[in-house]
Every structure is written in structure tokens, then in C-alpha cells.
Design a protein around this ligand. Structure first.
Ligand SMILES: [Zn+2]
Length: 286
């Protein structure tokens, strides 16, 4: 949020502001999967595992490359904070910032979730979204953002003048990741990363550019579906903000569980192979 300007406005300010923007990362050259073939597989999937993420807590699962998983709203409006890891190398994990730079502020059908450097490859592809009708609302809000981070006890401590709260998504993800990997909480915490905010409805205010949230439009039965491009370890927190219509980082609002379903398709997509780690040679010099 910027304060009022304290410098003089130049004479050509209007002309400078009128310059049209250009897209930072034109994605026309980005390798894209054949989403129609991914979606063809959806007609004949076998549900092989179901797990419940308790409210104000998190849970983990693994999903093999070539399988699908869904995050499902089962009992009431609830947002989820998703972390993804390479199940075979936990140093490779979801990179929300670059995913945002490539796909935009909110994700939808066909978008891919990329991993951090030096791997930078697709971890998962979104193959169905029952909230795709929402688009962008009059406030600039939309669902499934990669512009937020994850609610956390440190920011809460700053904003609440010393408050201690232990069920923010950051802490929930830390506990679930520790349980899944056998690491201590201290060892696990640095692996927790910025999330995909599943079902959360967010944007930036037009006047001040501040991050906002509003009541999620998610209904019972809505789901977001992913195709696992590599073997994945997923961790999902059912945010203490519930539908995020008022606040988070407290026990005040109503929260609901979320459900994760893992599906096995009858075959692999035609011509599909798990993406390899990024091809940059890492010499950083010529
Ligand atoms: Zn949260």
C-alpha cells in the first residue's frame, strides 16, 4: 500500500501512465499438455483412496505420477491451503510465485503447478474445476489463488501484538508434513511453502492494491481436480478461516473438513511422459 505522493507530478504523467502493458511471460511457447486427452481419462477412473482433512488441521497423501486427485468440499464452505512435493525428493516443491507469473493470479482448467528452482517443471495439471463459472467478480476477485501465502502464526503475532495461535495453515501443514515424513516439527517447518489457496476467493483492492478475501462461493460437492505429472506428496490444511468471509488465525469462525480423493485411470494419456527437471545447465556463465 503506497502513501500519498510527496513528489511533484511530471507534465507528461498522463502519457507515461497511458502506455499499454505487455505480458511479462508470453506462454505461447510454453509446452502444454493435451488437456482433452487428460479429460478423456476422467470417464473411467477408479477411486483408490479417500482421506478426510479435519477442520483447523492438515493431512498428507501420496499420489503416483499419472494418477488424478481431487480436493472436495464435503460438508460446508471451506478453503484449503495446498502444498505439493516431489515424493522422491522433498527439496522439490510447489513454487507459487512462478506459477503465478506464468498462469496469472488464479488457477483453472489446464493450468500447471510448477516446482521451485532448479527443477522448474510441472508438478500437476488442473483437469477439472466445478467453480470455473465464477470467473472474476466486480471486485476483481476469483477463486484458487496463487497471490496469497498461507495464514501463519508469525504474521498473526505481529498483527495481534503478541498473540499465540497454533492452528494457522502454516502450523497445520508443518505438523502434517512432519507426520508424513518422520521429521521433527523443527525439521519440517522450512519445507512448508506458499500455497495454492483452493476454493478461496481473493483479489487485490483496486484503490490500494491490498490483498482481500471474501466468502468462498464453494458449495458442497464442488471439487478441484489435478493430474499428477510426477510422484507427489500432497499436504492440505483446512484453513481456520473456514470460508474466509471474515477472518482467519482464530477459533471463532465455523470450519468444515475437506476430502481428498485419489483416482487411478485405466491408461496413461497418449504420448504422455513425466516431465523431466528443467534443462538449464546451471553454469550461470558462458
Ligand atoms: Zn489458512
Amino acid at each position: 500500500m503506497k502513501p500519498f505522493a510527496i513528489t511533484d507530478t511530471p507534465a507528461d504523467a498522463d502519457a507515461r501512465k497511458a502506455i499499454a502493458p505487455v505480458i511479462c511471460y508470453p506462454v505461447e511457447g510454453l509446452p502444454r499438455p493435451d488437456i482433452s486427452d487428460y479429460r478423456e481419462l476422467r470417464d473411467d477412473l477408479d477411486l483408490i483412496e479417500t482421506l478426510v482433512v479435519p477442520p483447523r488441521d492438515a493431512a498428507s497423501w501420496t499420489v503416483p505420477a499419472g494418477h488424478f486427485f481431487r480436493i472436495l468440499c464435503s460438508e460446508g464452505p471451506q478453503v484449503g491451503d495446498l502444498n505439493l512435493f516431489n515424493a522422491n525428493d522433498l527439496n522439490e516443491r510447489f513454487y507459487s510465485g512462478k506459477t503465478r507469473a506464468l498462469n496469472g493470479t488464479h488457477l483453472g482448467l489446464g493450468d500447471q503447478l510448477f516446482s521451485n528452482f532448479p527443477y522448474l517443471r510441472p508438478l500437476a495439471t488442473i483437469t477439472h474445476d466445478t467453480l470455473d463459472w465464477y470467473g472474476f467478480d466486480e471486485f476483481g476477485g476469483s477463486v484458487h489463488d496463487v497471490i496469497g501465502t498461507r495464514c501463519d502464526p508469525y504474521t498473526h503475532n505481529l498483527l495481534s501484538k503478541g498473540g499465540q495461535y497454533h492452528y494457522c495453515c502454516h502450523s497445520n501443514l508443518t505438523r502434517a508434513f512432519a507426520k508424513a515424513t518422520g521429521k521433527s516439527l523443527t525439521e519440517a517447518e522450512p519445507f512448508v511453502h506458499d500455497v495454492l489457496n483452493v476454493f478461496m476467493c481473493t483479489g487485490f483492492t483496486r484503490d490500494t492494491g491490498q490483498y482481500f478475501m471474501k466468502a468462498s462461493p464453494v458449495r458442497i460437492g464442488d471439487y478441484l481436480e489435478f493430474f499428477a505429472e510426477i510422484d507427489l506428496l500432497g499436504t492440505l490444511s483446512a484453513c481456520p478461516g473456514g470460508d474466509c468471509s471474515t477472518e482467519h488465525s482464530s477459533d471463532k469462525v465455523q470450519c468444515h473438513p475437506l476430502v481428498v480423493e485419489i483416482y487411478k485411470p485405466k491408461r496413461a494419456p497418449r504420448g504422455w511422459a513425466a516431465p523431466q527437471p528443467n534443462g538449464y545447465d546451471r553454469t550461470h556463465t558462458s
